[in-house]
Design a protein around this ligand. Structure first.
Ligand code: UT7
Length: 338
């Protein structure tokens, strides 16, 4: 999907604030060694993950989203009343309906906002960004809050060593606003989203929806937990993240050397290294925090963006390339001038 082929004049969109939240409780690889047949060495060598955060039993995705959103709004200097659009990406909503975004709206007192959820798994933050850019670009919204929040610990099979070592909980948020369009000012330069619905079976939660409703038997079979064919997902992740990033680079005319920092989906360090080396980005220009949080699905790149900004790794004026991949299959990328 190509921003640059749009036939009408669009308003510029700026990113004006970021925020994130992770729960306090740390689950380390040593803890997991006591739960399943695994080892710290295997997890670090195969994934790069050292620990992940786990939400408290009564801590909801909307609570984590609200915490991240408040920090993003504070950084942006916007009041709840100024927000006119809230999009939450999540595969672990508080409730099937209403949307998690509506709970967040109420928590924030964002009385002037339309609020809805999207489902694009690990790609959801950049899908939300793409949608918000369309709203703002067309003049249908002025100040949008995009959030991804996940309580993956709720849908992980804690007896399956192939998946339970990978995932964690957390939330990331950003505020987007009509930009100035001036050279050097913040701008979402371009974004790309894509999907391949022929490969839904590679990564899914099979039960609990309308197709396979929850029954006593399938609770026992853990059909409400994540099932993944890791090897195949790995191959597709490398291919699609590389292609999405390269297509964005070629469409915008950005040269790899112009990119200050790549902020990829934080699923596996080997995937990150394979993708960034294929697009010609050296490791020192790649932001990685998966060792601390594991894979928090759509929240992962949003938390990473916020940490990059707050730590000074990403500064005003920098050109950031974000690229993600997840269940669906879905993928997305974005080029952002901070
Ligand atoms: O966020 C959405 C996108 N998700 C991803 O991008 C995840 C993509 N996939 C991956 O990151 C990797 O495929 C994994 C980390 C999930 C697995 O790594 P792998 O190198 O593909 O390992 P594998 O599945 O091929 O398994 C290799 C071996 C197997 O043993 P055998 O059959 O060779 O004896 C597994 O049973 O490692 C075994 N294994 C483990 N051993 C210790 C699998 N999980 C574990 C574990 N600890 N936790």
């Amino acid at each position: 999907m190509n921003d640059l082929t749009q036939p009408f004049k669009r308003l510029p969109v700026a990113l004006i604030g970021t925020g994130s939240y992770v729960p306090e409780h740390r689950l380390t690889n040593a803890d997991l060694e006591k739960m399943v047949d695994t080892s710290n060495e295997w997890i670090v060598e195969r994934t790069g993950i050292k620990e992940r955060r786990i939400a408290a039993p009564d801590e909801k995705p909307s609570d984590m989203a609200t915490n991240a959103a408040r920090k993003a709004m504070e950084a942006a200097g916007v009041t709840p009343e100024e927000i006119d659009l809230i999009i939450v990406g999540t595969v672990t909503p508080d409730t099937f309906t209403p949307s998690t975004a509506c709970y967040v709206q109420a928590n924030l007192g964002a009385v002037n906002a339309a609020a809805f959820d999207i489902s694009a798994a690990c790609s959801s933050f950049l899908y939300a960004l793409k949608i918000a850019v369309q709203f703002i670009g067309c003049g249908q919204a002025k100040t949008a809050l995009i959030i991804s929040s996940e309580k993956l610990s709720h849908i992980v099979n804690w007896e399956d060593r192939a998946t339970c070592v990978l995932f964690g909980d957390g939330a990331g948020a950003a505020v987007l606003r009509t930009g100035t369009g001036k050279e050097g000012d913040s701008a979402i330069l371009a974004s790309d989203i894509g999907s391949d619905g022929t490969l839904t079976d590679l990564l899914l939660v099979p039960g609990g929806g309308s197709a396979i409703p929850t029954t006593e038997a399938n609770i026992h079979e853990k059909l409400y937990t994540l099932a993944m064919r890791g090897n195949e997902v790995f191959r597709h992740a490398v291919e699609h993240m590389k292609n999405s990033a390269l297509s964005l680079i070629s469409r915008t005319g950005i040269k790899p050397e112009d990119i200050s920092l790549v902020i990829p989906h934080q699923a596996n360090l080997r995937i990150i290294n394979a993708v960034t080396s294929r697009i010609g980005i050296p490791p020192e220009k790649v932001f990685v925090n998966l060792q601390k949080y594991g894979n928090t699905s759509g929240a992962a790149c949003a938390i990473a963006l916020d940490e990059a900004v707050r730590s000074g790794r990403a500064k005003k004026g920098d050109l950031i390339l974000m690229v993600t991949f997840g269940a669906g299959l879905t993928w997305s990328s974005a080029a952002i001038r901070l």
